[in-house]
Write a protein that binds this ligand. Structure first.
Ligand code: AMP
Ligand code: MG
Length: 500
């Protein structure tokens, strides 16, 4: 039997918030992967269920008991342009639930057919984007980045029409909330303040109960959302993650990474890297992610401003003050994280700490200039994090990541001087650094290879192998070196696609 402890609180908000929709039946569901660990963690019971029963359910052919499937309404700024009505066009919330600890989660099928909000779309997903989201979101979770999770992936046995015919797939994903900035915008744009308030109350109840006691809970709610978003984007920056399509409808109010479309991890470092084929002006380039976060939060502020104070001017001032806290909060998270990546964790004299930002930036500039791999640079720095390297060869592996090594050699010297102010010994510092500088990330060419094998040859072994390595991103795994390596020139993936 399958038991999901549904609570269906979103359903209770009433029909201004969604349109009830059943997933479409598909021809021949096949289970690619089911995340048993996550199911267990959430208190989803799948006792004695056969693989094909799981496939039927997570393909949407059979709804679990207690499900109340619906498509959520939302609006959003897409590449800066407001669309008052987007909504779940190819996703269906089958219900929200509560885990053993009372935490709320939403369960959503993506790629399960048309809804009221599909516009011209078919409501389907191709297999490629399903595998991509599964790999990327689970890798992010294991890297310790707040994210939606993947519960199941299935094939549909049907084809979807894109530039060419492609096998169809459906992913089941779990979020602390699928409410987005765009959900607030949907009601604000209609002047429906009552629903804005109802939505805010729902979010507080479900995701931020700690703000209930505040003088004005909505003020604390907004501050918490801003803080969480700043922390999230700092984490993205620290692992070289580029979301690719940070529209306001793709920004969760729960501070999780959501909507894995044309996202990608960088190989060699470039501040302005863009992968998404539709991001022609680089609006969502790597370095633009922090300011875009603020831009999106400003749209949220506009939507909820009447809740922040009785008086209009006072409300605007409160919103401004909270928005002004975003940049310093972001920088604090970024700096703390980057310092840790370099083994700088001791409380040192201000005069010394003041130079850390410049030290980090100079490393990033040298990396950019000499095309050094982002992930491997930090990994190898963890390995050579010694005050006095016993042989200069120890630095060679690191040096070889750079087109030429003069600048990095100089930088290493400065860094080691700085390390002499740290309290930990080499061994302890190295261990700390290795715990936050990953060995494995879902590299684009590996993800692409997994998709190609599945789509073209019906071979899912490449997907499974890659997935398994990414379960332990911080631990060097025997015989898995190829997952560590950057692409060869002919393997480089220059562009990623939404696949919609
Ligand atoms: P995205 O940029 O992928 O987050 O999608 C933006 C909007 O387009 C959302 O409202 C989606 O539901 C909708 N959408 C994307 N792909 C499809 C599709 N294949 N069929 C229907 N709607 C879609
Ligand atoms: Mg989206």
């Amino acid at each position: 039997m399958l038991h999901i402890p549904f609570t269906n609180r979103y359903d209770a908000l009433g029909d201004a918030f969604y349109v009830k929709t059943l997933p479409a039946s598909v021809a021949k569901p096949g289970l690619i992967k089911f995340n048993h660990d996550l199911a267990e963690q959430l208190g989803i019971v799948t006792d004695k269920l056969e693989t094909d029963e799981l496939a039927e359910i997570f393909a949407g052919n059979q709804m679990p008991d207690g499900a109340e499937p619906l498509a959520m309404a939302y609006a959003g700024h897409q590449f800066g342009h407001f669309n008052p009505q987007l909504g779940d066009g190819r996703a269906i919330l089958i219900g929200d639930m509560q885990d053993k600890d009372g935490q709320g989660f939403d369960v959503q099928l993506k790629g399960s057919g048309q809804t009221y909000y599909s516009r011209n779309g078919d409501g389907r997903a191709a297999l490629g984007p399903v595998l991509r989201e599964y790999l990327l979101s689970e890798a992010m979770a294991k890297l310790g980045v707040p994210t939606t999770r993947a519960l199941a992936a299935v094939t549909t046995g049907e084809e979807v029409v894109r530039e060419r015919m492609l096998p169809g797939g459906i992913i089941t994903r779990i979020a602390r909330s699928f409410v987005r900035v765009g959900t607030f915008q949907f009601f604000a744009a209609r002047g429906d303040l009552e629903s804005v308030k109802k939505l805010a109350d729902y979010v507080i109840e479900r995701n931020y109960p700690q703000v209930r006691e505040a003088e004005n809970p909505y003020v604390d709610l907004f501050q918490t959302i801003v803080d969480n978003q700043a922390a999230l984007i700092a984490r993205w920056m620290q692992i070289g993650f580029i979301h690719g399509v940070m529209n306001t409808d793709n920004m969760s109010i729960a501070g999780e990474t959501i909507d894995y479309g044309p996202c990608a991890f960088m190989d060699d470092y470039d501040h302005n890297r863009v992968y998404s084929s539709i991001d022609r002006d680089g609006r969502y380039a790597y370095s633009n992610q922090p300011p875009i976060g603020l831009w999106n939060l400003t749209r949220l502020a506009e939507s909820i401003v009447p809740l922040l104070a009785q008086d209009d001017d006072a409300a605007v001032e409160i919103a401004k003050a909270i928005l002004n806290s975003y940049q310093p909060t972001y920088e604090q998270h970024w700096l703390a994280g980057m310092r840790s990546k370099l083994g700088l964790t001791t409380q040192v004299e201000q005069a010394i700490a003041d130079d850390d930002k410049a030290l980090i930036e100079s490393l990033l500039n040298i990396m950019a200039h000499h095309h050094a791999d982002f992930t491997l640079t930090f990994l190898h720095l963890s390995q050579v994090s010694q005050l006095t390297p016993s042989t200069s060869e120890q630095d060679t592996v690191l040096r070889e990541l750079f087109d030429n090594s003069t600048q990095i050699d100089e930088w290493l010297e400065t860094w080691r001087q700085r390390l002499s102010h740290e309290a930990l010994n080499d061994e302890a510092r190295q261990a700390n650094m290795k715990a936050i500088n990953p060995v494995y990330i879902p590299r684009n060419h590996q993800v692409e290879a997994a998709i190609r094998a599945a789509e073209d040859q019906n071979d899912f072994s490449v997907f499974h192998d890659l997935h398994d390595v990414l379960q332990n991103p911080y631990v060097e795994q025997q015989g898995q070196d190829r997952y560590k390596l950057p692409p060869k020139p002919e393997e480089i993936v220059h562009q990623t696609f939404c696949g919609t």
